[in-house]
Ligand binder design. Structure first.
Ligand code: HEM
Length: 504
């Protein structure tokens, strides 16, 4: 009785704390007198006229930017802030590995957060595809900003983030996972390794899974006779190529903002191809909907009820952002469980016991900490900031390097070790995640602009990892896999997994 009466008071107190914290952070952020200038921020030295571009040449400090360790090495050298000046029309960039500073900017930019990634996609959707002077409407969450983004996001949030709607997919996602297990069992060689390319197999699973949610129907990706030029394989290749070209155009120095480079032309073709493939799959989804009457409405039906354009845009973003992300996260989790057999056994025990799946969730979370598929979050500053005594001007792009922050001992004790327990242990345990700065680890981003597919991704991955561990004793041999950063962190082969059957 008493606790019920007191609850609103507690809620009010914690709400107040949050408001005070946000206001304090925002005002500290905007006091920018007597600060060191942007040019004084440490970073690779600039040369007259060419600036820092030479660092991107082979052998240069940033020559191997595909290796995620490159940025880590720069933090070791320059400290928690690294300045990269404007190169070939690309705005200046600041890398940050200080959680307090990340919190300061992310919170202050949370009203209309501007995430400056995929400018090439933005250009394709806003300019390349449009007649001159044509009114720009919403193009998608990945490519829009400002009020247009806000309106679209508020329209789709209730559908995409509603636990009741997402839960509807538990059974069909389990069906997908079990079908994938059957496919993997049939696809092993005499050493119990997969005969097909492991990464492509994971992409097939991810596409089949997100397809069931985005389109409300099975795509039949696991058909053993699926032709190599089928729309399913084409989509998988297209998404991967898009992330690679986006990295070339949007992150590395590139002249595409001045003239049509070969990579730019390739990117425009790929974006168009992706759009056409989305239309193909959407048609399939809509036909299926016509045949399904009754039952609870899923994501596609609810988005179509808003309007056709919204459904199309959202399906396109899901078929872009929802494939390689989930596939690489499952691969990372499997690798970490294979190389930490005692954790794998503990997980299998939990799955056998039928208890709630807290350890399963912790295993996936911990793999996102150690081997995240996205290295950092980005925001463009809409005002000036005081970050650690330096003035960060308006219109700067800031990367919050959560991969690097998550691997620092000062943020996570035993940072390089795979310890799922840290996500479920009690808060008096030194490894408890709650003892860490919350802005040191943001694998799904932050606030209003955070990943809209998070709940879907977590459900898909939990279900599939559970089925994998129930069915296979997973082993790994040889050196760790190489990670290649191409907008996303791709885990590269050889994939030395062995999938022995679990003894029942
Ligand atoms: C392990 C899986 C995934 C990870 C780690 C991940 C991570 C992220 C991150 C870091 C962002 C940027 C957030 C920010 O700027 O604050 C993002 C945005 C986004 N993600 Fe995911 N994602 C995953 C899966 C998915 C899936 C399955 C979908 C499809 C349903 C999806 C759709 C999107 C979309 C549409 C955005 C843009 C949201 C916006 O700007 O409003 N993601 N994701």
């Amino acid at each position: 009785m008493q606790t019920t009466r007191l609850r609103p008071l507690f809620q009010l107190a914690s709400l107040n704390k949050e408001v005070i914290r946000t206001v304090a952070v925002a005002s500290a952020a905007t006091k920018t007198e007597n600060l060191k200038s942007w040019n004084e921020i440490p970073g690779p030295p600039s040369l007259p006229i060419i600036g820092q571009i030479h660092h991107f040449f082979p052998g240069g400090t940033l020559g191997n930017i595909q290796d995620p360790e490159t940025i880590m090495r720069l933090f070791d050298k320059y400290g928690p802030m690294i300045r990269l000046d404007s190169i070939l029309g690309k705005p200046p960039l600041l890398f940050l590995s200080d959680p307090d500073s990340a919190e300061l900017i992310l919170r202050s930019e949370n009203w209309l957060p501007y995430r400056p990634v995929f400018q090439s996609l933005e250009y394709y959707r806003n300019d390349y595809k449009r007649e001159k002077g044509q009114k720009v409407q919403a193009t998608g969450l990945i490519s829009d900003h400002g009020e247009v983004w806000k309106e679209f996001r508020s329209t789709v949030n209730p559908v995409m983030l509603q636990p009741k709607t997402i839960k509807l997919y538990s059974n069909v996602l389990d069906e997908v996972a079990q079908d994938m297990i059957v496919r993997m069992k049939a696809n092993r060689n005499e050493k119990n390794m997969l005969k097909n390319d492991f990464d492509k197999e994971m992409n097939l699973w991810a596409l089949e899974s997100i397809g069931t949610v985005a389109l409300g129907c099975r795509l039949n990706c696991f058909d053993p006779n699926l032709p190599a030029d089928s729309p399913e394989w084409q989509l998988i290749q297209c998404v991967h190529d898009l992330f690679v070209v986006a990295n070339e155009l949007d992150f590395k120095p590139s002249l595409w903002r001045y003239f049509a480079t070969p990579t730019y032309k390739k990117a425009m073709k790929l974006f168009e191809h992706h759009e056409n493939l989305t239309k193909h799959f959407l048609k399939k989804g809509k036909e299926q909907l016509k045949n399904n009457s009754g039952g609870e409405n899923g994501v596609l039906a609810k988005l179509l009820a808003i309007n056709e354009e919204v459904a199309h845009i959202m399906a396109s973003d899901m078929l872009f952002a929802g494939v390689d992300t989930a596939a690489n996260t499952v691969t990372a989790t499997l690798y970490l469980l294979a190389t930490n057999p005692e954790k794998q056994d503990k997980l299998r025990e939990e799955l056998r016991s039928g208890s709630d799946r807290r350890y399963l969730r912790a295993c996936v979370k911990e793999s996102l900490r150690i081997m995240p598929v996205v290295s950092g979050n980005l925001r463009k500053t809409t005002k000036e900031y005081n970050v650690m005594g330096y003035k960060i001007p308006k219109d700067m792009e800031v990367v919050f390097a959560h991969r690097d922050m998550s691997l620092l001992e000062e943020n996570y004790p035993k940072a390089k070790e795979y310890i799922p327990e840290r996500w479920i242990t009690s808060n008096d345990d030194p490894i408890h995640y709650g003892n860490t700065h919350p802005f040191a680890h943001q694998p799904f981003g932050f606030g209003a602009r955070s990943c809209i597919g998070r709940r879907i991704a977590e459900l898909e991955m939990d279900i599939f990892v559970a089925r994998l561990i129930e069915n296979f004793q997973v082993e790994w041999f040889g050196p760790p896999p190489r990670i290649q950063q191409e907008s996303l962190n791709y885990i590269k082969g050889p994939f030395n997994f062995i999938f022995n059957d679990v003894k029942k």
